[in-house]
Design a protein around this ligand. Structure first.
Ligand code: NCD
Length: 352
């Protein structure tokens, strides 16, 4: 599970239904992964994603191994991603990988003998957060289509935003309000996906202006760790803050989501409002991950679809945060789109 676009909408619908089934009847699933081992390879900090994966596996009756600090593993001795994955996939039945570089999960899946789940690859994608968001929207809004979705904050580096938009463009008549500074605007490749799907979107810089239009507001943290310099981060932090006053400009049935962690972009007095759905979202996330692990381990039908034809080129990917920059043994693989090469790992575009 590298990207949700490998699943059809029917399959995603089944996954949401399974998450709700497990939520309603947890006892029926508490032994379903008995004897199976999940390894979490976290090369980057995480609280929710790691713990929700771990509790998900434990609640299915399985066992967990892994590291959350590469300094305490052989990675600190210079071991490649390929070698770590080759070895650990001999110990575990499923791998969950989080990495600061873009395309790392795709690369890991090339060398793993067992299924790999992408738990976030740099500023690129975060499909299990999207599954979490879908379960939340389905239960809290009652639908996944005909929604006006505002996304606010770090739209440039926010992998949760990229994955969510990619998936929501596939449902009927969703539109997007992109609320950010010009410096943190959505990458062009995600805008191209919205355009290709015929989705309406507007880019605005004011949260107050956007509030009355929205059915859903997806707030995000300005991610200090993704900026090249401290000064660049300082210039962006604290620009967008959702407080009670702004919330009251929103619709009565608005739902506010946030992948968390929050820093200062939502004031704590918003938490008590029935429109705040972000803490419930974390619980939905655990059931979403239980459904995913269960499907990948227990359902022989669950197979990754063959990716479209890719070709090997000697050129280097132009994205400095691509996994091929540090894992030099990786074959350089691209999809050809006109006069551009699109990197198979990170979606970065390079002129031929
Ligand atoms: C997000 C992430 O790591 O991408 N959090 C999460 O997975 N729940 C967002 C963030 O770190 O700001």
């Amino acid at each position: 599970m590298i990207d949700l676009d490998q699943s059809s909408l029917a399959e995603i619908g089944e996954m949401i239904a399974l998450a709700n089934q497990i939520r309603n009847y947890p006892k029926e699933y508490c032994e379903s992964c008995r004897g199976k081992i999940m390894a979490t390879l976290f090369y980057e900090p995480s609280t929710r994603t790691k713990m929700s994966f771990q509790t998900a596996m434990l609640r299915l009756g399985g066992e967990i191994i892994g590291f959350d600090n590469p300094q305490s593993s052989s990675v600190s001795k210079g071991e490649s991603l390929k070698d770590t994955v080759t070895v650990v996939s001999g110990y575990a039945d499923i791998l969950v990988v989080r990495h600061p570089l873009e395309g790392a999960a795709e690369a890991a899946a090339m060398y793993s003998r067992v299924p790999v789940i992408n738990a976030g690859d740099g500023g690129h994608l975060h499909p299990t957060q999207t599954l979490t968001d879908l379960v939340t929207l389905y239960n809290e809004k009652g639908r996944l289509d005909n929604l006006c979705i505002g996304l606010c904050g770090d739209l440039k580096y926010g992998r949760t935003v990229h994955s969510l938009i990619k998936t929501m463009t596939r449902y009927h008549n969703n539109s997007f309000v992109l609320i950010s500074t010009p410096e943190l605007a959505l990458p062009n490749y995600v805008k191209d996906i919205m355009n290709a799907a015929g989705c309406k979107y507007v880019e605005v810089s004011s949260l107050s202006e956007a509030m009355p239009m929205l059915d859903v507001l997806y707030m995000t943290r300005i991610q200090q760790e993704r900026f090249a310099t401290r000064e660049q981060y300082e210039a962006q932090k604290g620009v967008y803050v959702l407080d009670r006053e702004k919330l009251n400009m929103g619709k009565r049935d608005l739902k506010v989501l946030h992948p968390l962690p929050r820093v200062d972009e939502i004031t704590p007095d918003v938490d008590e409002d029935p429109r705040a759905a972000y803490f419930k979202q974390t619980v939905y996330g655990m059931y979403a991950r239980m459904a995913l692990i269960f499907s990948m381990l227990m359902n022989p039908q669950y197979k990754r679809k063959k990716p479209p034809t890719q070709s090997s080129h000697p050129v280097e990917c132009s994205n400095p945060k691509c996994i091929t920059k540090t894992e030099s043994y990786l074959p350089r693989l691209y999809f050809e789109t006109g006069d551009m090469l699109e990197c198979k790992y990170c979606d970065g575009r390079t002129l031929i």
